[in-house]
Structures are given as structure tokens and as C-alpha cells.
Design a protein around this ligand. Structure first.
Ligand code: DC
Length: 226
């Protein structure tokens, strides 16, 4: 099989991972894999069944009834299929963000999703974003970048994004949720959010999208033929 390249992007919620990764993937002709969407799909499925994301027994009991597929449309947009149903839009709420963070702490969930993520990277050049891509999912990724920004900047971006989508969002509430999610994602026992030793940190607080894309291209270009 021909060599495939993998770019791993990790970082906290709202650091700009998906916006930037989508842009870069389109420019480089790579697949963009949003792994958060996979955890969100699990959270959404359990939510529909009325299973609390903290209820490990419930999660273990029902996870086998869920089949997740990742599909890409003609524009390269990632779609999430939950037992054959496209839930790409439904999983993008603040409620599901929180539940995904809680559900992602369970070993059984992380195990089930690990191979799915690795299989995509085996078959394609990928830019994959998440929390544990450089540390656990693709420890041999060709490039690892840790994208971060202050909690305030991330909350402001997330608030604007939700409002632009027609959802209700208040900065103070979003900030609290982001801080709570940061805490949960960095303090869980299995595959917590942390910077891989060989990752390059990029703080996007003071940068606009173009600035981040340019900085990322420079980092990537030093490791991969573009
Ligand atoms: O990137 P996101 O905000 O869509 O992710 C939602 C939650 O899923 C996040 O708070 C933690 C979890 N997650 C994870 O544990 N590991 C990943 N690789 C990606 C997301």
C-alpha cells in the first residue's frame, strides 16, 4: 500500500481545529476527519435512548446497538451516519457537546472508536482533529500540531458560531461550558487531552483564520512534501 500522510491536530474546544483543518484538507487534497463528531454521534444516540452519558452500565449495554459510518459528500464534507441515519446537523448543539465530553471518558467508547479512526488514516492522507490524535490514535503521525487559545477567545468564537447558525448562545454560559469541558477532557483517566511530546504548539488567540492557516502550512511544509 502506498504511503499515506497523517496530520494530527489536537486541542481544546473552540481552538479553531475544525475550521482550519477543513481549509487545509481542501487545499492539500486530504481527507478531513473530525473525530469529535464520532463521539458526538455516540452521545446523541444514547441521548435518544434516554441513557445518561455518566451511566457506564447503560453505555456498555447499548453501545453495541450503534453502527457509526463516516461518509464524505461531493464537496468533501464529513457526514455522520447513526444506524444509517444522517445526524450531521443534530449533533452540533451545546447539549451534545457536553454529553460527548462525558461519554468520551468511558473506556468502552474509546475502544470501539479507535479502529474506526485508524482505518481511515490507513487508507487516505488525512488531517484528523480531536483530543488524543497525536498521543493515542495516530502516535506516528507525520505532523502533530496542538492548537490552543485562551478560554475567553474560544468562548467568543463558539458564541459567534452558534449565533450564526441561528442557535441561542450567551458568552458567559458558553465560557462556563468550555471551561467545564476543558476540565473533563484534560482530567479523564483514558486518553486525556494533552500535548504529545513531539507536537508543535500554536496559540491562535491573536491570529485570524488566514494567520493560522499560514502558520500551519509552514509547520506542515517542513515535514511533508506539499
Ligand atoms: O471536538 P468536539 O468539540 O466536537 O468534541 C466533542 C467531545 O468529544 C470533546 O469534548 C471530547 C470528545 N473527544 C474526545 O474525547 N476525543 C477526541 N479525539 C475528540 C473528541
Amino acid at each position: 500500500m502506498a504511503k499515506t500522510y497523517a496530520i494530527a491536530i489536537d486541542g481544546p474546544a473552540g481552538a479553531g481545529k475544525s475550521t482550519i483543518a477543513k481549509r487545509l484538507a481542501a487545499e492539500l487534497g486530504y481527507y478531513y476527519v473530525d473525530t469529535g463528531a464520532i463521539y458526538r454521534t455516540v452521545a446523541y444516540f444514547l441521548d435518544l435512548l434516554g441513557v445518561s452519558p455518566k451511566d457506564v452500565d447503560g453505555v456498555e449495554r447499548y453501545i453495541d446497538e450503534l453502527t457509526i459510518e463516516i461518509e464524505y459528500d461531493a464537496e468533501g464534507k464529513q457526514h455522520m451516519l447513526m444506524n444509517g441515519m444522517d445526524v450531521t446537523g443534530e449533533i452540533r448543539t451545546q447539549d451534545i457537546s457536553q454529553k460527548a465530553s462525558l461519554v468520551s471518558a468511558h473506556a468502552v467508547v474509546r475502544e470501539v472508536l479507535l479502529d474506526m479512526q485508524r482505518d481511515v488514516a490507513k487508507a487516505h492522507n488525512v488531517i484528523m482533529d480531536g483530543r488524543d490524535i497525536g498521543t493515542v490514535v495516530l502516535p506516528k503521525a507525520d505532523v502533530k500540531i496542538f492548537l490552543t487559545a485562551s478560554a475567553e477567545v474560544r468562548a467568543k468564537r463558539r458564541t459567534d458560531e452558534l449565533i450564526a447558525k441561528g442557535q441561542k448562545a450567551e458568552f458567559d454560559v458558553v465560557l462556563k461550558e468550555i471551561q467545564q469541558r476543558d476540565y473533563q477532557d484534560t482530567h479523564r483517566e483514558i486518553a486525556p487531552l494533552k500535548m504529545a511530546r513531539d507536537s508543535i504548539k500554536l496559540d491562535t488567540s491573536e491570529l485570524d483564520i488566514e494567520g493560522v492557516v499560514a502558520a500551519m502550512k509552514k509547520i506542515i511544509g517542513e515535514k511533508i512534501p506539499l
